[in-house]
Design a binder for this molecule. Structure first.
Ligand code: FE2
Length: 175
């Protein structure tokens, strides 16, 4: 027996579903642009651990884009992005860090870590919310994909904290 709000047919017309799609488009735009910006950040980093961590996350970010395409596909939609002003601003801040710091300095590395963590926190908020919406709507396959990405964002954030504490901040404070 079909019930009102949780029948799938109804769900696709609901405002809640539209919000889910809007948020998907936002993070799809954000991830696609981030994937292009990360190699520059990795190149600008001096600490090998930092450079490697960003390189690894570049590959993960490409997978995040692919996972989002799968989520769109699960909804019977073609993936498309909507400009995410938040990510645009965060990437702009990342650029400013490079303009305001000297190459091969630990202060620059500290700045790259701060910028990257701001990005990770934005993504953690986005994926956490998307996962909650997917769960509520019973999109279980999509939920798994979103949670997988969410875990990778959290791990990247934790790794960046570790790199700052073990390799960067101490030396940056001496410069
Ligand atoms: Fe991501």
């Amino acid at each position: 027996m079909a019930t009102k709000s949780n029948s799938t047919g109804k769900m696709h017309d609901s405002k809640f579903h539209k919000l889910f799609v809007q948020e998907l488009k936002d993070i799809y735009w954000a991830e696609s642009h981030l994937a292009k910006a990360l190699p520059k950040m990795s190149k600008a980093a001096t600490t090998p651990e930092l450079s490697k961590a960003i390189e690894k996350h570049t590959k993960e970010t490409q997978e995040h884009v692919e996972r989002l395409e799968k989520v769109f596909e699960n909804l019977g939609m073609k993936a498309s992005g909507k400009k995410c002003p938040a990510m645009e601003g965060l990437l702009e801040e990342g650029k400013e860090v490079l303009e305001d710091t000297k190459a091969d300095s630990m202060v620059r590395d500290a700045g790259i870590i701060i910028g990257s963590q701001k990005i990770e926190h934005y993504e953690i908020a986005a994926y956490g919310s998307l996962a909650a919406l997917a769960k509520k709507m019973g999109h279980n396959d999509s939920l798994k994909l979103l949670e997988q990405t969410l875990e990778e964002e959290k791990k990247t954030d934790a790794l960046l904290t570790q790199i700052a504490e073990e390799h960067v901040n101490e030396e940056a404070a001496q410069e």
